[in-house]
Write a protein that binds this ligand. Structure first.
Ligand SMILES: Nc1ncnc2c1ncn2[C@@H]1O[C@H](COP(=O)(O)OP(=O)(O)O)[C@@H](O)[C@H]1O
Ligand SMILES: [Mg+2]
Length: 490
């Protein structure tokens, strides 16, 4: 597209335009990658004079002109946007949308929206509801606005679409203060086999090789299952588990060589040096995964506040809930649940280790089942690929993506986007906070749309935040005008 004189001060990158195609149809398009050229200071080789002559108007100046690439969204049809099949005639007129004239209505008819087109707060961006359970990825460096986007736009959208939302709030500061109810990590009951997994991690498999038969693990598992240990003091609980496991091993020892039996007890004892009261205390919670689900259903949302806890414990709680959801879907139950996972790479990193392997695998399984049984997985990640990114197998399952300012380590990913959609890698590296490219299945437009969203003004000045952050990232309860949002942003 070549600009008329003066329009270079109006048309911007990512401006929305309509091409009145002389060959037929009105074609919606986005301006991407503008260039100013001046023949005196030597630029490209074509001369735009002819194009201007045909329209009977003058180019912007004799020697200087401005151009934009147009990224086609599609032709405006009766029921939304359709693929444009006509060649666009070279002298067709291009008009830019501004203000009250909202082109979003052409994209699709939907009562669900996410944020607004970056240039105009009034242009709510429609989304295709049927793809919500094809899962969502939100990417951007720390501070790019991922958690805000989720809090202000994605969660309200999910709820409006009929999903009950379970949020895994890794830091406990992004969601827990703003939604009710929020339950702390330690209240959630972790199922026995996940507790065993955790203890195995902790004790290096109770001293056994991975594939070896493991009588000690079996005894501890039996003990976890048979003894009433939850709801007790950590000291009591630990002692009960230990004594029962010991009893089982002693009974079994009668059937093997004496040394073997001794070795078992030895390994049990040294394992329990690591399974301290503190470790047992992590798992004394009694809120069962089904209660988490019921609560989420009745309130519309439930936040798991994971601020206090070791990483492996956080993963164990997540795993426990995820396993329950998986079991329900395997029994062919439709869930209508969205699982929002902030800090995604903590659960499904590039190269998972230890418990991360279990959580990565289960996320993949949830994604696969979720498409049939109404579970939407929403993952937030500061990186897309490689070391800072999400596990590749998980990422393949996220069919809708929001991409904010990316990390320089993700430049390669950005270049792939650039190749497909003319979005320059520099643009992605420098996007302002709260700006995201929206692409994939939920987007009615085949080309990414740059969206943003509004936050309330208190928040912008940091005034309403009821917590302060100290330099080491830990939090101090502040005494400010704290508020609690019951559902979504005010
Ligand atoms: N739409 C927005 N408008 C203005 N500021 C925003 C917007 N979204 C986010 N921010 C600012 O960016 C900061 C970081 O956002 P946050 O969601 O915590 O980032 P991330 O989760 O990606 O690390 C917020 O504290 C807020 O001040
Ligand atoms: Mg965040």
């Amino acid at each position: 597209m070549i600009l008329y004189d003066g329009m270079e001060k109006v048309v911007r990158n990512e401006s929305l335009v309509v091409i009145r195609n002389k060959n037929g149809g009105d074609v919606l398009a986005i301006c991407r990658g503008g260039r100013g050229m001046n023949e005196n200071i030597k630029t490209s080789s074509f001369s735009p004079g002819v194009a201007y002559a045909k329209t009977g108007r003058m180019p912007s100046s004799v020697k200087e002109f401005y151009t934009f690439n147009l990224e086609i969204i599609g032709v405006i049809g009766e029921n939304g946007i359709e693929q444009n099949k006509f060649i666009i005639a070279p002298t067709s007129l291009v008009e830019m949308y501004t203000g009250g004239d909202d082109p979003m209505k052409y994209l699709c008819k939907s009562d669900l929206h996410i944020g607004h087109y970056w240039a105009e707060p009034g242009w709510k961006v429609p989304v295709l509801k049927q793809y919500i359970n094809y899962h969502i990825g939100i990417f951007g460096v720390t501070g790019s606005g991922k958690s805000y986007l989720t809090r202000y736009e994605v969660i309200p959208l999910l709820r409006k679409a009929g999903y009950s939302v379970i949020v895994m709030d890794w830091k406990g500061s992004d969601y827990a203060p703003y939604f009710e109810p929020a339950i702390p990590l330690s209240k959630v009951k972790v199922d026995d086999s996940t507790v065993l997994r955790y203890f195995s991690q902790l004790t290096k498999n109770f001293g056994y090789l991975d594939r070896e038969e493991n009588p000690v693990a079996m005894a501890v598992e039996r003990a976890l299952r048979t003894v009433e240990w939850r709801g007790k003091t950590p000291e009591e609980a630990r002692e009960k588990i230990y004594q029962h496991a010991r009893l089982i091993l002693q009974q079994n020892a009668s059937r093997v060589k004496k040394e073997t039996g001794m070795l078992w007890l030895d390994r049990l004892d040294s394992s329990f040096e690591l399974i301290t009261e503190e470790e047992v205390e992590r798992f004394l919670g009694t809120v069962e995964p089904w209660q988490v689900l019921t609560e989420a259903r009745s309130k519309g949302i439930l936040v798991i506040d994971m601020s206090k806890g070791e990483k492996e414990q956080k993963l164990a709680v997540f795993y426990s809930i995820a396993r329950y959801l998986k079991r329900l879907m395997e029994r062919k139950q439709t869930l209508n649940i969205a699982l929002v996972i902030d800090e995604g790479p903590q659960y499904a990193p590039w190269q998972p280790r230890g418990m991360e392997r279990d959580t990565t695998d289960i996320i993949i399984e949830l994604c696969a089942l979720g498409r049939s049984y109404g579970l939407s997985v929403v993952l937030l990640s500061q990186g897309m690929a490689g070391e800072i990114g999400l596990n590749a197998a998980v990422r393949r399952n996220l069919n809708t993506q929001f991409i904010g300012r990316i990390h320089p380590l993700d430049l390669e990913e950005a270049q792939k986007l650039a190749a497909s959609y003319y979005i320059s890698p520099e643009t992605l590296l420098t996007l302002p906070e709260g700006h995201f490219y929206f692409l994939g299945r939920m987007n009615p437009s085949p080309t990414p749309l740059l969206i943003s969203f509004q936050i309330n003004d208190d928040e912008r000045s940091g005034f309403a935040s009821k917590r302060q952050h100290s330099a080491d990232g830990s939090e101090i309860e502040g005494n400010q005008r704290g508020y609690k949002q019951m559902s979504g942003p005010r």
